[in-house]
Design a protein around this ligand. Structure first.
Ligand SMILES: [Zn+2]
Length: 237
């Protein structure tokens, strides 16, 4: 690691970065990026896969043995900045590697994880996909906590997201949203704060999914989902 720059140097650097064109900025980020150096071979890594567009390396601080980082060879800080064909390619490679994990190290599951932006936990400025073989009860915390939010905030977010999705995907059709049970016969749209928790009518959905499962009911995992990847791994064989 290089020495820490002084506060003056940091300020000068920030000023310089501010005045850069997007191309210059990209070039600059690349020069600072450990993963670009790994791709170039300037920093050692254990590469497990490589093609013309991406490289898969072992994480030096693995969550579990076999934790892999899949990175594009070209420097992109965030997924939305990447060309579509590259995203396609990376996720296809991720899919195959996760399939390998199910069989090669008998993973009970595989976490495929992307931290997009520092608020999401991204630490390196080079886009990467974490592929982590999982064992039942391995206590790796990628669980998404359920937090209470005002219904208003949820509705607001959905509305904004929906609008953008419709414009990006050119889908104008109305997506059916679950409505809170009607308690009033008439009333204005604005006030629906009362619906705190809507129970999804999930029970009717489940049987469909299970239809493809083999007869052998779960062998090991008794987790709440009941979807045993052992069975899937058996099928993949
Ligand atoms: Zn990079």
């Amino acid at each position: 690691m290089p020495e820490q720059p002084s506060p003056e140097q940091m300020q000068a650097l920030q000023e310089k970065v501010k005045n850069m064109s997007p191309e210059e900025l990209k070039e600059f980020q690349k020069k600072q990026c450990i993963f670009c150096k790994i791709v170039a071979g300037d920093i050692n890594s254990k590469k497990v896969y490589e093609d013309e567009k991406c490289t898969a390396i072992l994480d030096i601080n693995p969550a579990n043995p076999g934790h892999i980082l899949l990175i594009p060879k070209e420097h992109f800080p965030l997924m939305p900045l990447m060309p579509n064909d590259l995203v396609d390619h990376l996720f296809l490679v991720a899919k195959e590697i996760s399939r390998v994990m199910l069989t090669a190290v008998s993973a009970d599951g595989v976490s495929i994880f992307v931290a997009n932006g520092s608020a999401a936990g991204q630490r390196a400025q080079h886009f990467m996909i974490h592929i982590i073989p999982r064992k039942t009860g391995d206590k790796i915390k990628l669980d998404i906590p359920v937090k209470e939010h005002p219904q208003e905030d949820i509705d607001n977010a959905v509305e904004k997201i929906q609008e953008k999705i419709d414009s990006v995907f050119k889908t104008k059709k109305k997506i059916v949203r679950k409505k809170p049970e009607k308690k009033k016969t008439s009333g204005k749209k604005g006030k629906k704060k009362t619906s705190k928790k809507k129970k999804p009518r999930s029970s009717s959905k489940k049987p469909k999914k299970k239809k493809t499962k083999k007869k052998s009911t779960k062998k090991k995992s008794k987790e709440e989902s009941g979807v045993s990847l052992d069975d899937i791994a058996d099928i993949i064989g």
